[in-house]
Structures are given as C-alpha cells and as structure tokens.
Write a new protein. Structure first.
Length: 366
C-alpha cells in the first residue's frame, strides 16, 4: 500500500524591505531558512525578488533607502503561480498592501507581522509637515491591514497593545529568529578585557549615534566601530576622521557583520526607539556583551533582559560603558555566556511557534 505524504504548507512572505538589508528583511530570510523544507514551501516577495518593479522612489529625507512600487499584474501572477495557503505581510508599503489585498480577494489566510511602528519612527524627524503626513499615512494603513488580518504578530507587549488599539482582532507575541551564520559558526569567546565596542544599524536620528560618538571621544582607550548606512553617514565619517579610536565600515554584508561582531567585545544600541533590536540578539548569540536602552523592545523579554545591560535614555552611554569596564572579567564572561544560551533558546522557541502558526492557518484552507 502506498504511503500518503502530506504536502508542504505553501507560504508567501511579503515585505517592502530588501532581503537582509534591514531588520525586517532579514527576519523573514532567517525564518524561511530555518523552516523545514519538507514541511513548508516558502516564497519571498520583496524588492529585488521575483516581481518586476514599476518605480523606485528615494525616501524623503533619506536617499539611502527607497520605496519600490511593484507591477500589480506581475505581483498577482507571482502569487497565483505559487498558490500560497498563507500570506504573511510584514510592512505597510506597496508590497505589503498588495499582498494583503490579494489575500483577502482570494480568501487566503492573512497574517500581519507588526515588527516596526513606522508612525512612531517618523516623530524623530524634523520637518513638521512630513512628520504629520507620514504618521497619518502609517496609522491609516496599519488600521486597514490589521482589521483584515486573521492575526497580527508582534515582538513586544507594547506593540501588541498598539495593534489592538488600531483594530487588530487577534494578536500574538512572537520572538525573533537568528541568522544561520550566527547559529552555525562556532562561537569564539570574547577577551577578558573590554576593549572593542560595536554599533551596527541604520545611521538615522532614532539610533542616537551622538551617544556612540561622545563615548568614543570620552573613552580613548576603547576602540569603537560603527557599521551601517543612512542619512547621518557624513557626521559619522567626520568623527571617524577626527578620532583615532573610531572606525567606520559602511554597510556590511551579514557575513562581514558576523566577523565584525566576533572581533568586538560589546555591542551597543542606544536607540530612542527600537521595536526589538535584532542585532542585539545576534550579538548575544555570539556571546558578546550587549548594552541597550530601556526603549528597545528586546528589553521587554525578561529571559533576555536579565543578561543585557539595560540603561535609561537619560544615562550617557559612556557612563554605562565605564561601569561595565569596572566589572570583573568573570562577571562579564558569565553575563555573555548566559546571554548566548538565552538567545539560542529564544530562537528555538520562536521557530516552533512559527511552525505552529503557519500550519494552523493553513489547516483552514485544506
């Protein structure tokens, strides 16, 4: 008698973020890479992917990023060819909107990933008209998408509360995945002394890069590295030219960032606002010390927070680092080792949660 094999669940991950270029884009690359291929057939629909683009527009105030308008006809053709049972939309841009509309039109199960509160991020930019218009746009789109989704997936309690206030019927808190390279590359423990500090992320006002530059000025015995791209690049380049203990690498591929992380003793994320802070989780998984502001979403996860150095926005970063330097090597090593274990446990739990969510959503279609 022939054994009947269950076919894989077909999933489409739709995002306006270029794969591996930022946190949201990287999140779904890491998820798709870890989902068992025998159980899940994944398609990524994003800029630079299988859908032709109509137009590419630089984002106002940040020429390093762009809004890509896909061809609606090609977008629909691509999804029809894959035939997803579940569509996951991760962003409130043209790709995300088309994905949500297609799912509702075809009766496909729709999940929304609410990873970044884009409306709140616009508040840190100076132009008042741009700030108001951007905030209204994102709030309007968030409401439209959330009310049509079967479930909205968030990465912190604060994001869940916000999603519910914007009309989400069902919500769930879901963790962040780690890149395969972070998981599979053997961990090289940091040195006994704290000597090298890394910031990795978008060079934008909400990241409070001034804190990193000030710490570099005040702590000449430490070596600071800034990796990333964004509108504040000229300011960072000027500082790197002026300070002997500050290096600027530009944007790094994930492999290069992993090498830079392993060459550092500590990662810092002094952000004004951070929905989660994936790079902090990656540094923890590489057994590195991690300093984050309390406004970073990762600090809301108790099993991670106890192994982080969490500080208030009012506390200067150089003070935080000075206190960390005063700890014994044994204290720093224990914090890093426990953080590494906690980050990898979260990855395993988050993957299992995604498998259950996707399989459960697909059940209603079969």
């Amino acid at each position: 008698m022939t054994e009947v094999t269950e076919r894989p669940v077909r999933v489409a991950f739709v995002s306006d973020a270029t794969p591996e270029r930022n946190g949201v884009g990287a999140y779904y690359c890491d998820l798709a890479a870890q989902l068992p291929a025998a159980e899940f057939d994944c398609l990524a629909v994003a800029p630079g992917g299988p859908v032709k683009r109509w137009l590419r527009l630089p984002l106002p105030g940040d020429g390093t990023q762009a809004l890509v308008l896909p061809s609606p006809r090609d977008f629909g053709r691509c999804l029809r060819a894959h035939g997803p049972e579940v569509v996951v939309c991760a962003t409130p841009g043209p790709f995300g909107l088309l994905g949500a509309r297609w799912a509702r039109k075809t009766g496909t199960r729709l999940l929304i990933g609410f990873h970044t509160d884009y409306a709140a991020v616009t508040d840190v930019y100076g132009h008042p008209l741009l700030r108001v218009l951007s905030r209204r746009y994102f709030r309007m789109i968030d409401r439209w998408m959330f009310r049509r989704a079967e479930q909205v997936l968030c990465n912190s309690d604060a994001m869940i509360e916000l999603a519910q206030s914007l009309g989400a019927h069902r919500t769930a808190c879901i963790g962040t995945l780690l890149p395969p390279g972070v998981l599979e590359t053997p961990v090289a423990p940091a040195g006994a002394e704290l000597r090298r500090v890394l910031f990795a992320g978008r060079l934008a006002p909400e990241k409070r890069l001034g804190q990193v530059l000030e710490a570099a000025r005040r702590m000449p015995k430490l070596r600071f590295t800034i990796a990333g791209e964004g509108p504040l690049r000229p300011e960072v380049e000027r500082a790197a030219h002026e300070l002997d203990n500050l290096d600027y690498t530009g944007w790094l591929s994930r492999g290069a960032l992993l090498a830079q992380m392993d060459a550092s003793d500590c990662l810092v994320l002094p952000s004004e606002l951070e929905s989660f802070g994936s790079v902090a989780l990656e540094a923890m998984a590489r057994q590195r010390l991690v300093c984050v502001t309390r406004t970073c979403g990762i600090a809301e996860w108790p099993e991670l927070a106890e192994h982080l150095v969490v500080f208030e926005r009012e506390t200067p970063l150089h003070v935080v680092l000075s206190d960390l330097v005063k700890e014994t090597p044994q204290q720093r090593r224990a914090r890093a080792e426990h953080g590494c274990s906690a980050a990898r446990r979260l990855n395993r739990r988050s993957l299992a949660q995604w498998q259950t969510l996707l399989a459960g959503a697909a059940q209603g279609r079969r």
